[in-house]
Design a binder for this molecule. Structure first.
Ligand SMILES: [Zn+2]
Length: 267
């Protein structure tokens, strides 16, 4: 009877043990998987937030069928060359993640490019353009920060001042007192608009619309007019391959200068 009992009970005991082992194995694997996923995810987050703490939104003005101003060169050629070079400098630095508003040659509206930056939430936005004049003797560099009354106006102004200062060091002839102006579109009775440019010392708040790429930004934003595509000397200085590289270097230094003041403020 004793032996019979042993044979009856033992297989069940073994089965139970095996079942228990299976039950215990699955959660451990699951916990291990979750743990590995969490470690991987944390590593990914740390990499992006600490190794590349700044997101820079770069906008090459115009694109596609929209060539922008046409003079000795086309404006779009200048904006794409300069943006590509600046992106290269920022990527090589290691602290920056570059977000481009459009690809080379792409035809994208200002509204769509602006919305892309709103989604990407950059720390700084730089929109690159070039000027043109009916009079070929018009020359120089100027840039437009988000104007008074807009969110980030003061920080945009500080960023613009660094950019203008670096362009001056690179040899640019600054327009107005310091190469920094506020830009507005003023409507007339016929429904057309004309540009109104005001020196940066004027802090009056105007109700007029400013440039599309400066609107709705949650960070400092500046639009640059690198040079006049209609002026020979300007094109020689900042419109050629080397000229665009020189301007990109000045913008890169301006970005670094501006951000270093923020870091000093933190410590
Ligand atoms: Zn333009």
């Amino acid at each position: 009877m004793k032996g019979k009992n042993w044979r009856e009970y033992e297989p069940q005991r073994i089965k139970k043990k095996r079942r228990r082992r299976r039950k215990g194995g699955l959660p451990i694997k699951l916990i291990l998987l979750i743990f590995l996923f969490a470690v991987g995810y944390a590593g990914f987050e740390i990499y992006f937030h600490f190794s590349k703490p700044y997101i820079i939104g770069l906008d090459a003005g115009h694109g596609g069928v929209d060539t922008g101003a046409v003079g000795i060169i086309e404006e779009v050629a200048l904006t794409e060359k300069t943006t590509a070079k600046l992106a290269e400098l920022l990527e090589a630095d290691g602290r920056f993640r570059v977000v481009l508003s459009r690809k080379d040659g792409e035809d994208k509206t200002v509204t769509d490019r602006n919305k892309l930056f709103q989604r990407a939430k950059p720390d700084l936005v730089l929109s690159i353009h070039a000027n043109s004049g009916e009079d070929a003797s018009a020359y120089g560099f100027e840039c437009y920060p988000s104007p008074p009354g807009k969110k980030n106006y003061e920080r945009s102004l500080a960023f613009a001042q660094y950019i203008a200062m670096e362009m001056k060091v690179a040899g640019a002839r600054l327009r107005g007192p310091d190469g920094v102006r506020f830009g507005y579109y003023v409507p007339d009775e016929t429904g057309n608009t004309s540009k109104l440019l005001i020196d940066s010392t004027d802090t009056q708040v105007y109700d007029y619309d400013t440039f599309g790429m400066l609107k709705n930004m949650t960070c400092p934003a500046v639009l640059v007019e690198q040079c006049f595509v209609t002026n020979e000397q300007d094109v020689k200085d900042f419109g050629t391959e080397e000229g665009c590289a020189k301007a990109a270097q000045a913008y890169y230094q301006g970005i670094c200068q501006y951000l270093s003041t923020l870091e000093k403020g933190k410590s």
